[in-house]
Every structure is written in structure tokens, then in C-alpha cells.
Design a protein. Structure first.
Lengths: 270, 306
């Protein structure tokens, strides 16, 4: 049994008396400890898919099973990082993390919560910013706090919706490497199951075990691709290899053939 | 900051002029009043010099000294126009010294009146906020009920609370309870409206963030929605506070037996305009102090905002 099974998921919206299919028959599964990226251009329904996984949106057809049980709403087995507004602006970085811990582990003491919060803020390199409010932190730092919170909550599953989409290029690579390092760990702990939504191909290759490529209109899975590179991965070494270039081009042509069909062209030459 | 920037200021020059003006002979025999103006000015100047010595930011000092400069200027003109040259009707325009003297003589009475007025405001205001904020949270959160409540509160809130006074007098046993009731109404509607609109305007993504953390309803309402709505709640609270003062002093002028509005009304009825001016100034000072404290609280609770 897979950790997450997405079965024939369909989402129809009705907007101004026009029905619109955001997702049509989407099915794939994610194994325990697997890092899966969902990639696609905007409008392919990848964020809709994730919001159903989060439990804040509901499908019109099909279902998602986690450990064999259908999702009925939000749950403390899943931690989430959004692109924006993950943090509560009236709480300091520390309190934001501790607040997240409190929601999943009701029994531990306040001191313990803050101790764990500090530990994870250290891990994401925010030792000196623990008592700052989100408005006093840069976008990249805010996402570090959000990641620290999701990890500190120690849920089986991590759901990330374009977490680095609004970060500048340099900080994005730093954060990708940080996430990679934290997720790969030292090999002793069990790895978290991650579903990561992105539109950045390099990000998806670097981080994932499997990439689910989605196409638009209606939103559907166009291809599932295993990422063949072994771990632990180091970006600088990985991008040098010939295999990386070949694999990347293959993904790109898949990605753009969808866009080409959408704009009505025959083929896009890369 | 240099010595020049700290101490050689127009404000201090005006202080010296104010003292020199006091040396001019008085028109009538009003000797004690000169002394009271001098004592007042010296007291203020001590604060000015202390501020000049310890304040670190020049902008803050400039603002403070400019305000005090205006005060000195006003006192100079006022002294000249009354005590020194008798340009104004002395019955309507007492000299500044007379006002200060009256203030000192009446201080016990004034304190009792301040206590009475502020007590009524606090009681009505806190009671209204304590009910309106939780109610607004629940109504704003339950969208359907909230829609109806918005219209009802718009209608009821549009009735100027002062018109409830005659009816309140018929309903309630004491004038004090009528005042509390009117302050309650004046505060209740703006705070309720502010809270509900605050709740309705909370970013949906912020609520989603809380939902995915799997928070329970209580935490959602009081740890997420309440702080997120707080800036707009404060808008309602500010509005309520302003209206409360207007209402209370008006109400006190209608039928009270104490309070600052009563003090002003009673003495102006007797033609005692020195005390009338004392009353006006005291009301101004009390309002400023309360607004200042309220602002401090607001800044503290909203310190997370940029």
C-alpha cells in the first residue's frame, strides 16, 4: 500500500453558470519516504490538487487515500508550506514554530515546545532572528521559518505549494539546498513523504525521486517520470553531468509540447 | 547635539520674554495672579530644560519645544491683553494667573469631577468592548448571521446615542447609570462594526494557514481571527472613545450633579468664566492623557505591524 494514493480525482468548478474542469481523472501514488514533485504550467490544477491533499478543498469526484484512509479534511499527519502567508504576522518566528508544534503535540510543555522551536530555527539558520516578527524578515527568511515549522511539527507528510516561487534566484538555490539537506538528513531517521508543487524544472530534478508532469485544460497527469540520480545529491556536481543535461532536455520538451498544443503551434524547437 | 542646539532656542527666549512681561505693572490690583503665571512658566521651563538635556533625538525635541513655544507665546499675548493692558472684558477673559490660581484652589473639586467622568467612561466603554468584541467575532465568523447583524447594527448605530438620554432617564434609576448606558451604546456599535468587518476581511490564505495546522475552533477564533482583525477592531475602539467623551460631557451638562461637563456648565451659568476656562482646559488635558495611553496600548498590541 502506498502512503498517498490519488484516485481518479476530478474537480469541476461552476463560475458564472459556466462549468470548468480544473482536474480530470488525476491518479498517481506516492510511496512512504518518497519526494514527489508535481510540475506544470499555470492553470494545470497543481495547486488545486495540493489544496485537496491539504484538506482545505474537496473534489467533485474520486478520492485521496492516506495510509488507506480517505481524506476528510485537514489532519495532523500533514505539514504544509505555502508560497505566501504561511506565518502569522503577530507571532515572532519562535512563536510561529511553537504554535505549529502545539497543534500536533498537545501534551508537551511550553518550555519543551520552545526548545524544539529553537532547535529547528537553528537548523534553518535563523539563530539570530528568533524573536523577529515576519514583517521584519525577508521573504526567504519567512520561508525558512515556515519550513522550520513544518519540520518541527514532525508530520509524516510534507506538502509544499511552490514554497520558493516568490524568492529571488540566488536565495532560491540556497533554500533548495537547505531543504534537500534537511530532508535527506543523515540517513538514520525515516524520511518524510513530500509532495512538492513547482513550475521550476531544475528545482524538481534536484529535489525529487519522481516527477509528476501535469497538462492543462483540463488539468491532468501527462506523465510520471522517475528521477534517476542517486542521493545524496549535490547541485554543483549534478548539473555538470551529461545525464543531467539529457534528462533535463527530455523534461523540457514534454513541458513545452503541452504549452505548444495550448497556443496552437505544432512544435517548439529548443 | 551641541549646547547651542540644546539650549539656545526660540522657546527659551519666549520664556524669558514671558517673565519680563510679568514685570509690567498690572492694571488692577492683581498681584497674586502674576506670581501664579510665573510659577507655572518656571515649572514648564524646568521640564523643557530637563528634556533638552536628556532627549537624544533632535526631531522629538524640536516637536516638544515648538509646542511649548506656542504655549509661551499664547501666555504672553493673553497676559498682555488682560492683566497688563486690559484690552478684553475682564469678566469674560480672566488673566492667566487667575486661571492658574483658580485651578489650584479648586483642585480637590476638579479631581472628584475627573474621577466621576473617567469612571463613567471606563465603565461604559469597557463593558461595551467586552461584549462587542467577542460578539463581533462570532457574528463575523458565522457569515450568514453576520450579514443580518451588519444591517441591524448599521441601523441601530446610526441613531446618535445622545437621543437615548431622555428615554434612559425614564428607564434607569440614576443619572450615572444613564450616562454609563449612553457611553455603552456609543462604544458598542462602532466596536461591533469594526470587529465584524475585521473578521470578514481576514486574509483567506491566513485562515487556510491555520486550517492546515489543524487548529480547533476556539484557537481559530481567539488565536488567529482575533489578532488578525485587531487593527480594524482598534479603528472601532478609537471611534467609540472619541464619541464617548463628546457624549459624556454633553450628558453631564444636561442633568448631572458632578463630572467635568457639569463643572463647566454650572460655573458658566453663574457667570464664573475663570472656572469655565479651568474646566475646559482640564477636559482637554484629561482627553489628551487618555488618548495617549490608549495609543500606547494600541502600538503595543499592534507592534507586529510594520
Amino acid at each position: 500500500m502506498s502512503k498517498i494514493e490519488i484516485q481518479n480525482l476530478t474537480v469541476d468548478y461552476v463560475e458564472r453558470n459556466k462549468s470548468f474542469t480544473a482536474l480530470k481523472d488525476v491518479s498517481f501514488s506516492v510511496e512512504a519516504g518518497e519526494f514527489v514533485s508535481v510540475i506544470g504550467s499555470s492553470g494545470c490544477g497543481k495547486s488545486t490538487l495540493l489544496s485537496i491533499l491539504e484538506g482545505i478543498n474537496f473534489p467533485t469526484g474520486g478520492q485521496i487515500l492516506i495510509d488507506g484512509e480517505p481524506i476528510k479534511g485537514t489532519g495532523s499527519d500533514r505539514g504544509v508550506v505555502f508560497q505566501h502567508y504561511s506565518l502569522f504576522p503577530w507571532m515572532t518566528a519562535r512563536k510561529n514554530v511553537a504554535f505549529g508544534i502545539k497543534q500536533v503535540k498537545k501534551k508537551i510543555s511550553k518550555e519543551e515546545r520552545f526548545r524544539i522551536a529553537d532547535q529547528f530555527l537553528d537548523k534553518v539558520g535563523l539563530e539570530d532572528f528568533k524573536n523577529k516578527y515576519p514583517s521584519q524578515l525577508s521573504g526567504g527568511m519567512q520561508q525558512r521559518v515556515a519550513i522550520a515549522r513544518a519540520l518541527a511539527m514532525d508530520t509524516d507528510i510534507l506538502l509544499m505549494d511552490e514554497p520558493f516561487g516568490a524568492i529571488d534566484a540566488k536565495n532560491r538555490t540556497i533554500l533548495q539546498e537547505l531543504l534537500l539537506k534537511l530532508w535527506e538528513g543523515d540517513g538514520k531517521q525515516e524520511k518524510k513523504t513530500v509532495v512538492f508543487v513547482t513550475h521550476d524544472i531544475d528545482e524538481a530534478i534536484l529535489l525529487s525521486d519522481k516527477i509528476v508532469m501535469m497538462a492543462t485544460n483540463p488539468g491532468r497527469v501527462s506523465k510520471e517520470i522517475e528521477v534517476p540520480f542517486k542521493r545524496p545529491r549535490v547541485r554543483a556536481e549534478l548539473v555538470q553531468t551529461k545525464e543531467y543535461g539529457v534528462f533535463r532536455n527530455e523534461l523540457l520538451s514534454l513541458f513545452y509540447s503541452d504549452i505548444a498544443s495550448k497556443i496552437g503551434g505544432d512544435e517548439v524547437v529548443l | 547635539m551641541t549646547f547651542k542646539k540644546r539650549y539656545l532656542r526660540v522657546t527659551n527666549l519666549l520664556f524669558v520674554i514671558l517673565l519680563l512681561v510679568q514685570l509690567l505693572p498690572n492694571q488692577a490690583s492683581k498681584d497674586p495672579i502674576t506670581a501664579y503665571t510665573v510659577w507655572f512658566a518656571v515649572g514648564v521651563e524646568v521640564i523643557v530644560l530637563a528634556a533638552s538635556s536628556f532627549v537624544k533625538k533632535i526631531e522629538g525635541l524640536n516637536l516638544f519645544l515648538d509646542i511649548i513655544g506656542f504655549l509661551y507665546g499664547l501666555l504672553i499675548v493673553w497676559t498682555l491683553a488682560t492683566a497688563k493692558f486690559n484690552l478684553l472684558n475682564p469678566a469674560l477673559f480672566p488673566a492667566p494667573g487667575q486661571v492658574f490660581l483658580q485651578f489650584v484652589e479648586d483642585i480637590d473639586k476638579i479631581l472628584i469631577n475627573i474621577k466621576s467622568s473617567v469612571g463613567i467612561i471606563l465603565e461604559g466603554y469597557l463593558l461595551a468592548s467586552a461584549i462587542a468584541i467577542p460578539l463581533g467575532l462570532f457574528l463575523g465568523w458565522g457569515a450568514r448571521l453576520g450579514n443580518a447583524a451588519t444591517y441591524i447594527s448599521k441601523f441601530l448605530g446610526s441613531i446618535p446615542p445622545i437621543v437615548y438620554i431622555p428615554y434612559g432617564i425614564a428607564l434607569l434609576p440614576t443619572f450615572r447609570s444613564v450616562s454609563v448606558f449612553v457611553i455603552f451604546l456609543a462604544t458598542f456599535w462602532p466596536v461591533l462594526a469594526g470587529t465584524m468587518s475585521g473578521v470578514l476581511n481576514v486574509e483567506k490564505r491566513l485562515i487556510d494557514s491555520a486550517k492546515v495546522l489543524n487548529v480547533n475552533k476556539f484557537t481559530m477564533l481567539f488565536s488567529v481571527i482575533l489578532p488578525a482583525a485587531l487593527p480594524q477592531i482598534f479603528i472601532g475602539c478609537n471611534q467609540g472613545l472619541t464619541v464617548s467623551f463628546v457624549l459624556l460631557t454633553s450628558a453631564e451638562m444636561i442633568g448631572a450633579r458632578d463630572g467635568l461637563g457639569y463643572y463647566v456648565k454650572q460655573y458658566s451659568d453663574f457667570g464664573d468664566y475663570t472656572r469655565t476656562i479651568v474646566g475646559l482646559l482640564v477636559i482637554g488635558i484629561v482627553v489628551i492623557i487618555i488618548s495617549f495611553l490608549f495609543n500606547k496600548l494600541q502600538r503595543f498590541l499592534l507592534r507586529w505591524k510594520r
